[in-house]
Design a protein around this ligand. Sequence first.
Ligand SMILES: *Cc1c(COP(=O)(O)O)cnc(C)c1O
Length: 498
Amino acid sequence: MKYISTRGNHEKTDAAEVIRTGMVPVGGLFVPEAYPEFSEREIKAMAAKTYQEIAVLVMEKFLTDYSRDELERATALAYSEENFPADEPVPLAKLGDHTFLLELWHGPTAAFKDMALQLMPHLLTGAIKKIDLDREIVILVATSGDTGKAALEGFKDIPGIKIIVFYPAQGVSNIQERQMITTGGANTYVVAVNGNFDDCQTAVKSVFADRDFNMLLNQKSYQFSSANSINWGRLLPQIIYYFAAYTNLLRNEEIEYGEKVNIVVPTGNFGNILAAYYAYKMGLPVNKFICASNENKVLADFFNTGIYDIKREFKRTISPSMDILISSNFERLLFDMSGCDGRKIKKWYEEDLKEKGSFELDSETYKRIKELFTGDYALEDELYQEISDIYADYNYLLDPHTAVGVNVYRKYYEKTADNTRTIIASTASPYKFPEAVLKAIDKNADKYDEYEMIRRINQITGLEIHRALKDLEKKEIRHMNRCEAGQIREEIMALLKI
Ligand SMILES: *Cc1c(COP(=O)(O)O)cnc(C)c1O
């Protein structure tokens, strides 16, 4: 299997190189040149397989330069019982008679990013071996929250790789900061950057783009790399759980073989929902994809108009991991839906979006997308209400991101009365966002600090506290680095001792 660029500006490339580089150097994203399909018989047979076995079946179709043995070892390490102690890595919770929540947050950091970031580091070490790179990889991450901790846990103690995470000193919650600075491992580094997320991200981007600095690092036997959500090595692992969910429904006789399902995904960068679409291309029977946005509703507006318009005010919401105006992975869907027309993508992204802050699809591409996708959004007040209602009706506690999905699905159902069995991606444990969750179920929430809120939610609901959030304030602080955005190169050199 070879990979091509969404903007038609790169030669065909092997998976190992695609995973090592992350994105096409001159702009554009790598996509596989084809999507191998599973036969009916193969999908049926998955119902009797473990999560790890399904993972290998999906990955070997795309990672043809990896051996089966490598993939088996990688999935065994990533989806071990230690990392995912629940009965299965991604349990399904039933809500009402036709709705199922796919709980993607049983990994080490309580958010769905673990599903990919526990596996991707093993794919990257495999890639380094294949390319015969004799330098140590240094992963640089700028994070506003969830990704940093999930990347730290994924890359912790992986041989041949160091990871440095930069977060805005004024831009993450106490709990998020505490999660990161208590990370163990001999190859992990965490740095608070004075400023907001933009300052932090701009600083890290400038390091990637700095040729002299990269050359200096190369001379010292280091090579920068990233763990962005646009890396194919992060998307691929996300295809797996949609097959696992479907076969779980088959096994439990909630659906019959071949029956179509709806898939609802609370969306930011469009990675998680794109992975569901790729599963569909591989043969998963899907009726509709429902793309759920918070008040940063660029995508919801797109699905309703065919116009992608980022000229608008950025809003801070209680689902911060979806506070995104530019959904990087969306380009991959447009590429596919436009008949793999790199020239169109280039025009939309490199001319229209750059010059006008928006682009409009041709009617044919838009029509093709509308046949399969719908999009809507949830307001902040609706989310508190949704969390409170679902708790009252089903004794089930939603985190605010998942609540976006549930609320948008509610609106879809009210409009269409579509009774198709529906899988909603549940992207975080409610304990990861205790303030919003407690406010939704307890009038006196304001009295407590964040750590007390976690205990209070536990008192009220009896729901076990996710291990990632338990006794956080008692854990040893292991990282106390801090720097100015302009000093980031010096900080990297000091940490790498060069
Ligand atoms: C990252 C994240 C999302 C958004 O996922 P995308 O792949 O960027 O669409 C949703 N919910 C949570 C909890 C997240 O961490």
